[in-house]
Design a protein around this ligand. Sequence first.
Ligand code: NAP
Length: 324
Amino acid sequence: MKAYISRNILSDAIDVLKQYGFEVTVNTENKKLTQQELIEACQHADVLLNVGHADLDKHFLESCKHLKSIALASVGYDHVDVETATALGIPVSNTPDVLSGATADVAFLLMLAVSRKAFYRANEVREGKWKDFEFMQDLGIELNGKTLGIYGLGRIGLELAKKAKAAYNMNIIYYNRSRNPEAEELVEAKYVNFDELLTQSDVISAHTNLSLETQYRFNKDAFKRMKKSAIFINTARGKVHHEQDLLEALQQGEIWGAGLDVTDPEPISPNNPLLQLPNVCVLPHIGSATVETRTQMAIMAANNLIAVKYSNPMMQIVNKEVYS
Ligand code: NAP
């Protein structure tokens, strides 16, 4: 069986595939392929291990309908037309759980960094702008005992809630479409409606998957409902917030600060005015970017392809109806 890997990954996963008899081709060029290049590369493959967020849309899938499966090295699959994959009989898998801790770490890091304007001030030091001790300059806000509102309390949201509870005894409230009894028990999370989440939270952290329902959920209206002292964190997907509305909310003092690991588009333009604001931290989508987590993600994706080789269902299947 021939596997194509769309970006370089840790060699452990490539070795596992080879041990199981796969002929492996890796895009080692360290650049994102255009869709046409990816389509062409997949013509010689039986299965695809997709690294990154290339658009696996209807056109891609119909051009690659010979693929026996697609293993994503990501938990999010908003970049895949799952309905078309299912219609074409292509199983798609993702990598849940193994990246929850690392991604929650980044949300926590952003929450703390924004609350103390840490990145902005570190830049000032680098630029030689640190002149004197200023008692009243650039004061931050503390997180201890504050209310953390989680929009989408699933795997990653729960990891963040645990960290926030342990570090700062934060009071956890959340909004999902359905309740999360595990989180209610583990971190005493309180279920609220979306409006209560907006109005009661000192920090709001977004952890939903991107869908038509969650797209631009944090827009002008939502930011207006939030506390003026609130911090908005997004490590989910850039389109969960409306970037221009976020900028205006920050400029007009409707919210206090924002920390983003995801932007719309990615990469963010270096000229984006968000990057000049003292209470904003932007990271380049590094949620799962640790050696440990990326290794586990790559191996999980490889194991899903190995299952396909032995005619077994993929373990972390996204479209299980493909098997029925
Ligand atoms: P998850 O366990 O499925 O959690 C998603 C949560 O969102 C669920 O609790 C779900 O609850 C809730 N949700 C879904 N639709 C909703 C809606 N319309 N309104 C309110 N809540 C909604 O997923 P996860 O593993 O935590 O991952 C979450 C997302 O994080 C991924 O989809 C991915 O986009 C992103 N991510 C980013 C990075 C990064 O590098 N920054 C890394 C990993 C993941 P209900 O179904 O009950 O609504």
